[in-house]
Design a protein around this ligand. Structure first.
Ligand code: CUA
Length: 319
């Protein structure tokens, strides 16, 4: 719930949140244990070896405590490795969405969050999602660096201009949860806030179909593809008999051979770059003929084009 008084930790609304808190608790316990141990020994030795105490042995030991040396290297080393392994696996799972996640496009700008659902439904600063289903956000900024943070889900990722970033979550509780921008982005940074509304799946479906009818990103992307005349060159059989541009079927998620001899994975960032700066990475066997579309398409239209190009591929799971 939004604003329900003081609490030590934010509410947990994903299974991931509970895992993050368990790791945090472990770190706190380990730190507390060693802090108390060391502080306790300092006090103990300070009292035991005080100047007035003549009963203690003050002869210098010249021995070499091998067992002690090994133990203070091995024990902290093992503890650090446990922390590393545990955190790394959590980190990877936080940024690798499971297959079949609902894909939501996010465009951040000074100072608002724009969301678009797979059926084309749009909203600003409020994001409706179903409970118990993985939701993946593909995010980009129109201006400066922002950062999307939902404390109850324990997920946060920077949203950059010029490059896509992703995060995913699977809410296990209905309700409303705070959403913040956590990267200082100008005057109204503190007001770049919103909420995530988690609904029962059936309610979410009803909510989605209740909004005004929108073009889905894939359909809008196809329309743009034709309006911008991409199809005349990129679709076999439409333009010249010999294709002067690389066909786009089964490109997304596959490796592409470039004129430089190197290979590149055709992910969203590569395709975005090829639309805006076609000469940056030219596909082997083709001339750098394509004009730039920089300034002709905005971030939302770019995302729609990418969703369309993605839909032409039978392997749409590339990351
Ligand atoms: Cu956007 Cu801070």
């Amino acid at each position: 719930m939004v604003n329900d008084g003081f609490r030590l930790f934010p509410e947990q609304a994903t299974a991931h949140a509970a895992q993050v808190d368990a790791l945090y608790l472990f770190l706190t316990l380990v730190s507390t244990f060693f802090t108390v141990l060391i502080a306790g020994l300092i006090v103990y030795f300070a009292i035991k070896y005080r100047r007035g105490n003549r009963k203690v042995d003050r002869t210098l030991s010249h021995g070499h405590g091998m067992a002690m040396e090994i133990s203070w290297i091995v024990i902290p080393g093992l503890i650090c490795l446990i922390i590393f392994g545990w955190s790394a696996s959590l980190y990877f799972s936080a940024f690798r969405a499971p297959a079949g996640a609902i894909s939501i496009q996010v465009v951040a700008k000074q100072w608002m969050w724009k969301f678009q659902h797979p059926n084309g439904g749009r909203e600003i600063n409020t994001l409706h999602v179903p409970m118990g289903q993985a939701v993946e956000l593909t995010m980009i900024s129109e201006d400066v660096i922002h950062s999307l943070f939902v404390p109850a889900f324990r997920v946060k990722h920077d949203v950059l201009p010029g490059s896509y970033s992703r995060l995913w979550f699977n809410a296990n509780k209905t309700g409303e949860f705070h959403l913040f921008c956590t990267e200082y982005c100008g005057t109204d940074h503190s007001r770049m806030i919103g909420k995530v509304v988690v609904m029962q799946p059936a309610e979410y479906e009803a909510w989605l179909s209740g909004g005004k009818v929108n073009e889905s990103p894939a359909v809008a992307g196809k329309r743009l593809f034709e309006e911008l005349r991409c199809a005349t060159c990129h679709t076999p059989g439409q333009g010249q008999p010999v294709l002067t541009c690389p066909p786009l079927t089964n490109v997304y998620g596959h490796e592409v051979q470039l004129t430089t001899g190197s290979k590149v994975m055709a992910d969203e960032d590569y395709l975005r770059e090829s639309i805006l700066r076609p000469r940056a990475k030219v596909v082997a066997g083709f001339q750098p003929l394509m004009p730039t579309y920089e300034g002709q398409v905005d971030e939302e239209q770019l995302m729609q084009l990418l969703v369309y190009i993605k839909s032409l591929s039978t392997n749409p799971s590339a990351q």
